[in-house]
Design a protein. Structure first.
Length: 170
């Protein structure tokens, strides 16, 4: 019998005070714009399909990537937006280590080169489809100074279903 495979994403989740600040922003924007709330994250790889008995191997791959890349710092420095549900409104993410992160991830996850995350590292703060005026108002009402946080590991999130149901694989 074939096991059902769930969909996962490998993500960077800010820790500490930066996470709390971003979580508050995401929840506030979700509440006032009838949008889903979700954990602040930078997606490194999506479309990882794994059955329950394959999860230990997927966790090992995340640890392998973290060990190859080592500790690094990410800066979130300004808003960006697209007319796409999952890149509706975001903070641009920058790190000198991103090229190494994605190059090493590509040796472990072949789909890296076919996904947009490498070309536009970002941390979404609002999902949905909204007119330009709404995005402009949100940016004006929520000024964001540059935020920095250190990354030492990657998290595997189960991403079946709507964003509000995504959860950390534990």
């Amino acid at each position: 019998m074939t096991q059902t495979k769930d969909k996962y994403s490998l993500v960077i989740v800010p820790r500490g005070e930066v996470r709390e600040q971003l979580q508050t922003l995401i929840e506030d924007l979700a509440l006032h714009n009838n949008a889903p709330a979700f954990t602040p994250h930078i997606t490194v790889v999506s479309n990882i399909f794994a059955a329950p008995d394959e999860l230990a191997h997927e966790r090992d791959k995340a640890i392998e990537l973290a060990n190859k890349v080592g500790k690094f710092t990410v800066t979130l420095h300004k808003y960006g937006f697209l007319n796409e549900e999952f890149r509706c409104l975001f903070l641009l993410a920058h790190s000198e280590a991103f090229e190494s992160v994605y190059a090493n991830a590509a040796t472990i996850y072949p789909q890296v080169n076919n996904q947009h995350f490498r070309q536009l590292p970002h941390l979404s703060v609002l999902y949905g489809t909204y007119p330009q005026e709404t995005k402009d108002r949100i940016i004006a009402d929520h000024p964001m100074p540059p935020l920095e946080f250190d990354v030492e590991s990657f998290d595997l999130y189960k991403t079946n279903g709507p964003a509000s149901s995504w959860q950390l694989d534990e």
